[in-house]
Ligand binder design. Structure first.
Ligand code: NAD
Ligand code: GLY
Length: 379
């Protein structure tokens, strides 16, 4: 793993509109965070020049925000098209991806066309993958509308679709040209989705910033109540940490893997139950409890740390006990799914564990220990 540069820069004070820079040479871009950004034409100035824009969204988000985005970007383009995908993780697949290509080709979109991903992580990941491959690459803008996508998926250029055998197995690293997080869009988010997003917010504490975990613990009720100042700080600090990690390791050659804390167990839950049964954030929340339990068994953290993390995750409205994905051999099935994880090397599962508060590491673990964790943590 490449050595991270410590210390992580301190959090600047929250202001009404914040810009977090992500530094990646000629692929650098800004993350803009604020209220009401989406509907302002000035938000969309300075993007790559093009005659055509295509908004990619889904049938839940389109009635809420498509018209506002369309009228705000319209002054910058001759034509604005929209493609509306079916909503849901279960549609993060080839068939749905192809609807984007059908629309792009059907409208005669050229290689300068700018795609706008308006939605959560599913829309963002699919639009990014479409942008990476349409005419070998067109620019795209992330306009994340879920907490999870504002704090994680819209930043860093991971794009993908699922395969029935594994989560996000087919995709590309492809950076957006800008990320615009309009905090006002979060007010229409269902409570379950808010909790799912909080899982990824919480994740940043134990892996990189214990001060942030302290802040989350003290402000979890404000976050659950969508207090605007608390939400703004959570999004801003999460983006700063993610930008700091991705800026050092864009393609997950080392450090970036820490962002997968909780994801190895979580992806097994998602794939084991069938995509969309548990939300991604729910699976990650529970997966973090399991990964913390594993960290304790490996002697890296104590029981008090695990209990504290579990309590924060529970207070965020997330499940802390894993589902039974196979009645006959539950642990065996978890392990089978985890062997397909992208981090696995030659079938050996690699876990992101907490290597002391605020620091993550990657390691293997004996199958018997992993089974014990699964058996202890599953309902
Ligand atoms: P999602 O995209 O499915 O959105 C959740 C639900 O909320 C959907 O029904 C959506 O239509 C709805 N929704 C979105 N915005 C809304 C709003 N403002 N008001 C009301 N409803 C709204 O799920 P998600 O949690 O945003 O993203 C999960 C996906 O992100 C997973 O596929 C996961 O693999 C991916 N992900 C990717 C990365 C990455 O780095 N690329 C990181 C984390 C997660
Ligand atoms: N969400 C994990 C990553 O972006 O690397």
């Amino acid at each position: 793993m490449s050595e991270p540069t410590f210390p992580l820069p301190a959090a600047p004070q929250t202001a009404p509109v914040q810009t977090v820079a992500i530094s990646l040479d000629d692929r650098s871009y800004d993350i803009q965070i604020g209220q009401g950004l989406l509907g302002r034409p000035e938000t969309w100035a300075g993007l790559p020049k093009a005659s055509t824009a295509m908004i990619v969204t889904n049938d839940t988000i389109a009635p809420l925000y498509e018209a506002a985005l369309r009228s705000a970007i319209a002054p910058h383009y001759k034509q604005v098209h929209t493609v509306v995908l079916p909503d849901g993780e279960a549609h993060k697949d080839w068939q749905t991806l192809n609807l984007i290509f059908d629309a792009l080709l059907g409208h005669g979109c050229d290689r300068k066309t700018v795609l706008f991903a308006l939605g959560g992580g599913v829309v963002g990941d699919m639009t990014g993958f479409a942008a990476a491959s349409y005419m070998r690459g067109v620019p795209f803008v992330q306009v994340p509308t879920t907490l999870l996508s504002q704090v994680d998926s819209s930043v860093g250029g991971k794009t993908a679709i699922n395969h029935p055998l594994g989560k996000n197995m087919i995709g590309a690293f492809y950076q957006p040209v800008r990320v615009v997080c309009d905090l006002n869009t979060l007010v229409t988010l269902p409570p379950r989705e808010l909790s799912a997003g909080l899982a990824e917010v919480i994740k940043y504490g134990p892996i990189a910033d214990m001060d942030f975990l302290d802040w989350i613990e003290a402000n979890i009720d404000a976050l659950m109540a969508q207090d605007p100042a608390a939400m703004a700080h959570a999004v801003q600090r999460s983006c700063e940490i993610k930008a700091w990690v991705v800026g050092q390791d864009e393609r997950e050659a080392g450090l970036r893997v820490i962002l997968n804390f909780g994801h190895t167990f979580g992806h097994a839950i998602e794939a084991g139950l069938g995509f969309g049964v548990w939300l991604h954030g729910e699976a990650v929340g529970c997966g973090m409890v399991m990964a913390a339990e594993l960290s304790q068994r490996l002697g890296k953290v104590d029981a008090a740390f695990v209990a504290r993390l579990r309590a924060i995750i529970e207070r965020a409205g997330l499940p802390v006990r894993g589902p039974v994905i196979d009645a006959a051999d539950n642990a065996g099935h978890y392990i089978e799914h985890m062997r397909l994880d992208k981090k696995a090397i030659g079938g050996d599962i690699q876990f992101v564990v907490i290597d002391g508060p605020g620091k993550a590491a990657v390691c293997g673990a004996p199958d018997a220990m992993v089974r014990e964790v699964i058996n202890t943590c599953c309902a």
